[in-house]
Write a protein that binds this ligand. Structure first.
Ligand SMILES: Nc1ncnc2c1ncn2[C@@H]1O[C@H](COP(=O)(O)OP(=O)(O)O)[C@@H](O)[C@H]1O
Ligand SMILES: [Mg+2]
Length: 267
């Protein structure tokens, strides 16, 4: 998580294969997403360093979801480009694009688990389909990840028999089962009661501490301040302010950021 640790940098530059030498995990270059005249993203530049945790904040409609979706290629930019691990994704062959997309896991506000499958089957199926991993191995990895999110006891339960917080943790385990290099979260706790949101945030905190590169759209300002390395404030499809969480959240420079923070936390 500490991206400025010089030893870590040395390690990165000496030990890794060529396309992994970059300390940039993903990058948006002048990304525009135009929905018939309305710019959901208006020339966004953003570099995500390896192991960095970025919290995306901003009012509803500011472009947070669209930005996350462009990083996972659920949304193609109208212009500009997305790079993953230093490789441009526009113009890639379908096979290359699938490989790049697999490096980027995503969790949504709605958990999107298959209701007719158990927790373990949901996690297993993703690996078999996306990676062609043998079932036995997929099951083992699934059990390991359920344990990691504190839900080994729920392996044989269907989503309907799990709380919202448990379902979201299963969805996180499912995304992790594909061995992503980057995890994107789009308001993962917004649909949850606060006490259930906490279980999910704790899992995300551990993931951040394990060194995962993460970008999280969230209204959880405590999480942003405690866990993120950087907070980005978006409005009208643009990044208006970006910096250390304590600085952006406590001494915002931009009037829009001040207004937003006043509304959400009364600062
Ligand atoms: N598929 C779409 N078609 C048209 N407009 C969209 C679409 N998705 C998002 N938008 C618009 O783009 C803007 C940014 O939306 P979004 O990225 O969802 O913001 P946020 O996640 O910050 O609430 C909003 O004005 C929204 O209405
Ligand atoms: Mg959104």
């Amino acid at each position: 998580m500490n991206v400025t640790d010089p030893d870590e940098d040395m390690h990165t530059f000496t030990d890794k294969a060529s396309d992994e030498t970059s300390d940039i995990s993903a990058e948006a270059r002048k990304v525009v997403v135009d929905f018939t005249g309305h710019k959901a993203l208006n020339s966004v530049d953003l570099k995500l360093a390896r192991g960095e945790v970025v919290a995306l904040i901003g009012p509803s409609g500011s472009g947070k979801s669209t930005l996350l979706r462009t990083f996972n290629h659920l949304q193609e930019p109208t212009s500009g480009e997305i790079l993953i691990g230093g490789k441009p994704t526009t113009g890639s062959s379908r096979a290359d694009l699938l490989a790049l997309r697999r490096k980027v896991g995503m969790c949504f506000q709605s958990f999107n688990l298959f209701p007719h499958l158990t927790a373990l089957e949901n996690i297993e199926l993703a690996q078999v389909h996306a990676l062609g991993r043998p079932r036995k191995e997929a099951k083992e990895r699934g059990r390991e990840l359920l344990q990691r999110v504190g839900l080994e006891a729920k392996a044989d339960h269907k989503p309907a028999n799990c709380s919202g917080g448990q379902q979201q943790r299963i969805a996180i385990a499912r995304a992790l089962a594909l061995d992503p290099e980057i995890m994107l979260f789009d308001e993962p706790t917004s649909a949850l009661d606060p006490e259930l949101g906490v279980e999910v945030l704790n899992v995300m905190r551990e993931l951040a501490e394990s060194g995962m590169t993460m970008m999280v759209a969230t209204h959880e300002m405590h999480f942003a301040e405690d866990v993120a390395d950087r907070v980005i404030f978006m409005a009208d499809g643009q990044i208006l302010e970006s910096g250390e969480p304590s600085v952006v959240l406590r001494t915002p420079q931009h009037a829009r950021t001040q207004k937003f923070l006043q509304a959400v936390i009364g600062r």
